[in-house]
Design a protein around this ligand. Sequence first.
Ligand SMILES: Cc1cc2nc3c(=O)[nH]c(=O)nc-3n(C[C@H](O)[C@H](O)[C@H](O)COP(=O)(O)OP(=O)(O)OC[C@H]3O[C@@H](n4cnc5c(N)ncnc54)[C@H](O)[C@@H]3O)c2cc1C
Ligand code: FES
Length: 333
Amino acid sequence: MKHRIQIEGGDGFDVSADEDSLLRGALRAGVGFPYECGVGGCGNCRFDLVSGEMETLWPEAPGLSERERKRGKRLACQSRPLGDCVVRVRCADEYRPVVPTRRLQAVLTERREVAPGMAELTFTAPGPATFLPGQYAVFHPPGVEGPRAYSMSNLPNANGEWRFVVRRMPGGKGSNAMFDALAPGDALTIDGPYGNAYLREDNEREVVCVGGGSGVGPVVSVARAALKLGREKGVHIFEGARTRADLCVPALLTEREMAALNYIPVLSSEPEDSGWSGARGFVHAQVEQSLQLPVEHHEFYFAGPPPMIEAMQDLLVMRWKAPHAQIHFDKFF
Ligand SMILES: Cc1cc2nc3c(=O)[nH]c(=O)nc-3n(C[C@H](O)[C@H](O)[C@H](O)COP(=O)(O)OP(=O)(O)OC[C@H]3O[C@@H](n4cnc5c(N)ncnc54)[C@H](O)[C@@H]3O)c2cc1C
Ligand code: FES
């Protein structure tokens, strides 16, 4: 069964009744519905329900303020149509999926520790793994309410291999389930790809990748793809971690890839007497110190915790006045 969704003053589309959210149904129908995180954190998928009925999946989702909720605003990633509906939202081509999104039955084939509390999980699913480097997928970790987003750390491939770098968050339900409730051989539905922070191939600018904590997953994928395109001279990875033991980019890339790019690890809590002679402090401050301007020569990709993303945005937008079209990021809500 399908529900018809009509955008006020715009196009209409069908959402399958078994679809888990309006947003995913819209994107699967090829509609440019605005979004960013896909899991209730950012608020970009806000819309008004003009008529019809929708179920709210996570009423407390932080993407809406109490005031917005009272004014009747809804999040498309947290709304499930229960029948035909009319909605008010401004769609845009930039959100239209470049690679069609699909739901795949995958099997966990390997979990490899890449740093303490950080693992690379490999899933295998039927058919080729089609996504753009830098994109993410959405899962329902076993026994946990609500979906979680994880970014692909590998490259699209014909073998149906999907890799993700997952950090065990202290007290986090979903990330801990990915370690404790899932064993090699277990099945999981992967839904994706989603996200707009993917490698842009239409320019020759130097590629600057900045990953904090588990944010290394998507930036490693972007850097790898840029190297494959032959941009050896201009691929930089800045990795922000607490200590030397937490660095994981060298465990994710081959020696050849490491030799071909400019890798700058930055440690925020490494003991003073440890003998570490590399960069210290916050990763965005090191980007500011290390990069040769002008900013027009660089395309920026970054992922990680919200404070790191906000510091990078402040540097790039407020201080360096970098054009928005050169900035691509995912905030890990
Ligand atoms: C685009 C994107 C890409 C990401 N990529 C990665 C990655 O590659 N590696 C990585 O380690 N992390 C990634 N994250 C973060 C990841 O999705 C989780 O937020 C993180 O693992 C912590 O989840 P948790 O369940 O352990 O923590 P929790 O504190 O239990 O949950 C954190 C998040 O789960 C969601 N959530 C919580 N409760 C509910 C509910 N009842 N219903 C619906 N949703 C709920 C919310 O989004 C919340 O912010 C990414 C996040 C985003 C948005
Ligand atoms: S996409 Fe819905 S809140 Fe982020």
